[in-house]
Design a protein around this ligand. Structure first.
Ligand SMILES: [Zn+2]
Length: 160
């Protein structure tokens, strides 16, 4: 039995780039189910598979309007900009002001391997951008000013 548990910064898996999912099969649907259980347990509003140490391009979100899951999500275009303080389940008790696009147009596969496109805005757009960052090894800490990152003692993490 594979164990699913949340990985915390500075676990190196959080810095890896997840390869795309080739087939959306039962294993992927099982992964989504496990991800949603963990997200709800920790009262998160989004989660990416690499946060469970599973390097696959799978993300989920629920901002209180029902569960969204996306496989191989890709942002095609985006509009506007917006700042908001964000937290992350993998960086407990840390918040950073993160600039994101206000609305995004995303293409992804659903749980049945159908290609879909959707236009998202507001908090949903923000969460999806945050989760897609996880698929590329990017964390909210990367948006913090250098002085904050130094205070957090993450010198070895800085991209110099
Ligand atoms: Zn996160």
């Amino acid at each position: 039995m594979k164990k699913y548990e949340l990985k915390f910064y500075p676990d190196p898996v959080l810095r890896k780039i997840a390869p795309p999912v080739i087939r959306v099969n039962g294993a992927i649907r099982h992964l989504i189910k496990k991800m949603s259980q963990i997200m709800y347990t920790f009262k998160g509003i989004g989660l990416a598979a690499p946060q469970l140490g599973n390097l696959k391009r799978v993300i989920i979100a629920d901002i209180g309007e029902g569960l969204i899951s996306m496989i191989n999500p890709e942002i095609l275009t985006g509009f506007g900009e917006d700042y908001l303080e964000e937290g992350c389940l993998s960086l407990p008790e840390k918040v950073f002001n993160v600039k994101r696009q206000q609305s995004v147009f995303v293409r992804f596969l659903d749980k049945n391997e159908n290609e879909r496109e959707s236009e998202l805005d507001g908090l949903t757009a923000r969460v999806i951008q945050h989760e897609i960052d996880h698929l590329n090894g990017v964390l909210i800490i990367d948006y913090a000013p250098l002085s904050d990152r130094l205070k957090l003692n993450v010198i070895n993490e800085l991209k110099l």
